[in-house]
Design a protein around this ligand. Structure first.
Ligand SMILES: Cc1cc2nc3c(=O)[nH]c(=O)nc-3n(C[C@H](O)[C@H](O)[C@H](O)COP(=O)(O)OP(=O)(O)OC[C@H]3O[C@@H](n4cnc5c(N)ncnc54)[C@H](O)[C@@H]3O)c2cc1C
Length: 499
């Protein structure tokens, strides 16, 4: 379906209809009801790229189960949990904003996008078991993770996730569980936020419309927009532009020619999943189970066995398997995306990063070309009785990892999502990796602070933001914030229908 509503000379143009632009659009309109906002999406339907349900794992990343967020033993010999605390805190902003979206009628039915699914970490072998125990001890001491449970008992693990134990012999195993985990359909969420935005006075969205260029003229951005249906290109203007175009962000940033984008490069990593929808198997597993990263794998390739709930149907998903690609977008990307993104200002960083990451490139190539038997071997480390006949391989989304000049020695695959804002605050761009979607409200709050900070200083603006994200100006990680965190978390879960 091709939707097309046009607002001429809006205050804000959002490029892309994934979770990032969708969140910024809804948040800004709720913050400043008089704002005029136009969103352009190049595919015919909303949120069909990285945010689309089957293109990501739908884990509401809260730092609970992902072992890659607690990677090192610190100087005292204990696991360092600072990253997990940070992600949990950021996810609280999303929970609060999504709860607000449901309470205020922006979204009618929370279960259309979020469902409760316990989060487990699962390890095998004595070394991994010792690591998980140390991690558990550290995490349990923080109020964020006080509900965490730990066990080495097979019967308990069987009770938590029967598929993990069936057919497994002798090796020591251990697991942690937190009941308050979630599965999120970020595509469904983004779609509903954009549709709400489109119904607001002075706002519109147009699918099948690709932004092909942007130029700064005095204090205004002039955008060239191509309409796929008519084949025409037209211009629109706005004082503020947000590039939430996923893999399409880097090329647009390069076109805009802003100095902040100089030297930036992108490195795409594709993915694949194994999916099972056989009811008798699906019914046996209600959990998101994360293991440890295998050897040279990038942190994003940590294997996990997930319950997914998409459009009301439950399925199991395992992966991701990384895949070599030179496309920046799954649907509308081209193999020339990577070579065409190479510029004199990023060539050196790209070469340097390439030389430092030969094992990664080899890994991506090996992953993408491996046989179904080898893929099943990975799955069987989690679910020993898994049978090839019950699983099929599908493509996941593409992540374009940002490469910055100073990344040369550090390696390219790192956590987080990069927000880049021009000095005059007229343009913000998002270059990103995981845990982007889960912490989208926190990331967008950062954009609002940087580019619309004056609104937050007014009484009305502050109150509106407090209604959306009550703890936006409070540090919930501090011990004295524990009672406030408990209350806000309970309220958000209640709004989201999660007991
Ligand atoms: C394999 C995989 C697994 C993941 N798992 C998780 C997970 O479990 N939990 C989690 O929180 N995150 C996960 N992520 C990350 C998450 O998917 C992303 O952080 C998030 O979806 C990014 O949203 P976005 O809005 O920035 O981009 P997108 O959803 O990609 O949206 C960008 C949109 O911009 C449009 N666009 C591009 N160029 C143009 C243009 N020139 N004009 C108009 N429109 C344009 C695209 O068509 C697209 O619709 C995963 C990602 C991958 C790839």
């Amino acid at each position: 379906m091709n939707e097309s509503t046009h607002i001429s000379n809006p205050d804000v143009v959002l490029v892309g209809s994934g979770i990032m632009s969708a969140t910024l659009g809804a948040m800004l309109k709720a913050l400043q009801p008089e704002l005029r906002v136009q969103l352009y999406e190049m595919t015919d339907e909303l949120a069909q790229e990285a945010s689309f349900g089957w293109h990501n794992a739908g884990t509401g990343h809260a730092g609970i189960c992902e072992l890659s967020y607690t990677p090192n033993y610190g100087p005292d010999g204990e696991v360092d949990i600072r990253k997990a605390i940070e992600i949990f805190h950021q996810f609280e902003h999303s929970k609060q904003f999504w709860g607000y979206a449901v309470r205020s009628g922006i979204i009618k039915d929370a279960s259309s996008f979020i469902n409760p699914v316990p989060h487990l970490s699962f390890v095998f072998g004595q070394e991994q078991v010792d690591f998980l125990h140390s991690r558990y001890k550290q995490m349990r001491a923080h109020h964020f993770f006080k509900e965490m449970e730990y066990t080495i008992d097979r019967n308990t693990i069987r009770d938590w996730a029967p598929l993990l134990v069936a057919g497994r012999h002798e090796t020591p195993i251990a697991a942690t569980r937190m009941m308050h985990g979630s599965d999120v359909n970020f595509g469904a969420l983004a779609r509903q936020l954009v549709e709400w935005l489109g119904r607001q006075e002075g706002c519109g969205y147009a699918t099948g419309h690709r932004v092909t260029g942007l130029t700064k003229v005095a204090d205004t951005w002039e955008l060239k927009v191509h309409d796929a249906k008519t084949g025409q290109t037209f211009c629109n203007q706005a004082r503020f532009v947000f590039l939430g175009a996923g893999g399409g962000t880097l090329p647009l940033l390069q076109q805009a020619g802003v100095s902040e984008g100089k030297g930036l490069g992108g490195f795409p990593i594709g993915g694949q999943w194994l999916v099972c929808d056989k009811p008798e198997i699906v019914a046996q597993h209600t959990a998101k189970v994360y293991g440890m990263s295998p050897g040279s794998a990038p942190t994003m390739a940590v294997p996990h066995l997930d319950t997914r709930i998409i459009d009301g149907r439950k399925a199991l998903l395992f992966g991701p398997y990384a895949k070599w690609t030179t496309k920046f977008l799954h649907k509308k990307g081209k193999p020339t995306d990577l070579p065409f993104s190479i510029r004199p200002d990023n060539l050196f960083s790209l070469i340097k990063v390439g030389l430092h990451n030969i094992p990664l490139v080899r890994y991506l190539f090996q992953q993408g070309t491996q046989s179904m038997k080898a893929r099943m071997g990975e799955l069987q480390k989690f679910y020993p009785d898994a049978s090839e006949a019950d699983w099929k391989l599908i493509d996941a989304g593409i992540r374009v990892q940002a490469i910055k000049k100073q990344d040369g020695d550090a390696g390219i695959v790192h956590f987080g999502t990069e927000v880049l804002t021009t000095a005059d605050r007229s343009l913000s761009a998002l270059l990103g990796a995981s845990p982007g979607a889960s912490v989208s409200s926190n990331i967008i709050l950062q954009v609002v602070r940087e580019c619309f900070g004056d609104v937050l200083k007014t009484e009305a603006g502050h109150e509106r933001m407090k209604a959306m994200i009550p703890s936006y100006d409070v540090d919930l990680t501090l011990p004295e914030s524990a009672p406030l965190h408990d209350r806000l978390s309970r309220e958000a879960f209640a709004s989201l229908g999660i007991a």
